[in-house]
Design a protein around this ligand. Structure first.
Ligand code: ATP
Ligand code: MG
Length: 166
C-alpha cells in the first residue's frame, strides 16, 4: 500500500466526470454530501478503484431519471465512512449475501441485458479487507441500494512510518 493524503471530494468529482455520458443517457442526477476539503489517508489506487466500482453499479443498476447520493457518514481521526445510495432496481434479501461472490450476477440484471462480469463487488471486498475496512449492503427490491464502506485512516508514526490507526 502507498498511503497518502487524499481529497475524497475531489476524487469522487473526478469519477463522476468520467461517467458524464452514461449519467446523461440515463438522466441520472447525483449529489456528493461532504465538505469539499475532506481529507483522508489511504492508498489512492485502491480507494479510487473501490469507489469507481460502487458508482459504476449505482449507475448501471439505476433507473432512467434515477438519483445517486454519496454521503460521508462518520469522519474522525481513526476512520471514516462513506455511503453510495441509488434509486435503482435493488437486490432481494436472498441475493444480497451472494453479490460479493465472484462471478455472481442477479438474474434480473441478466434478463435486462445489463453488461458486467460479476467481479466488481468481489474485488471491492478484497480491497476493503486489505485496507482493514468493512463493507455493508442494504437494499430493497425495486427501491434502491445503499452500500456503506468504513475505512480506517492510516497515519504516520513518530519514526515516519505509515501505520494503521485503529
Ligand atoms: P462488474 O464486474 O462489471 O462490476 P457486475 O456489476 O455484474 O459486473 P458486481 O459489481 O460484482 O458485478 O455486482 C454483482 C451483481 O450484484 C450485479 O450483477 C447486480 O446483479 C448486483 N448489483 C450490484 N450492485 C447493485 C446495485 N447498486 N443495485 C442493484 N443491483 C446491484
Ligand atoms: Mg459492478
Amino acid at each position: 500500500l502507498v498511503i497518502e493524503k487524499i481529497n475524497l471530494y475531489q476524487m469522487i468529482v473526478e469519477i463522476f466526470k468520467l461517467r458524464k455520458k452514461e449519467l446523461l443517457q440515463k438522466d441520472i442526477s447525483y449529489s456528493i454530501n461532504m465538505p469539499e476539503d475532506t481529507l483522508v489517508h489511504c492508498d489512492r489506487i485502491k480507494l479510487k478503484h473501490i469507489i469507481e466500482n460502487l458508482i459504476q453499479n449505482a449507475i448501471r443498476y439505476n433507473c432512467q431519471g434515477g438519483k445517486i447520493i454519496i454521503k460521508l457518514n462518520d469522519f474522525n481521526q481513526d476512520s471514516w465512512s462513506l455511503s453510495v445510495v441509488d434509486t435503482g432496481i435493488g437486490i432481494s434479501i436472498e441475493e444480497q449475501e451472494k453479490v460479493f461472490e465472484r462471478f455472481y450476477r442477479v438474474d434480473k440484471s441478466h434478463s435486462k441485458k445489463i453488461n458486467g462480469t460479476g467481479l466488481g463487488l468481489a474485488i471491492v471486498k478484497d480491497s476493503i479487507e486489505i485496507l482493514s475496512g468493512r463493507i455493508n449492503l442494504k437494499s430493497k427490491l425495486n427501491e434502491g441500494t445503499e452500500v456503506k464502506i468504513v475505512i480506517p485512516n492510516f497515519i504516520m508514526n513518530q519514526r515516519g512510518e505509515m501505520n494503521e490507526n485503529l
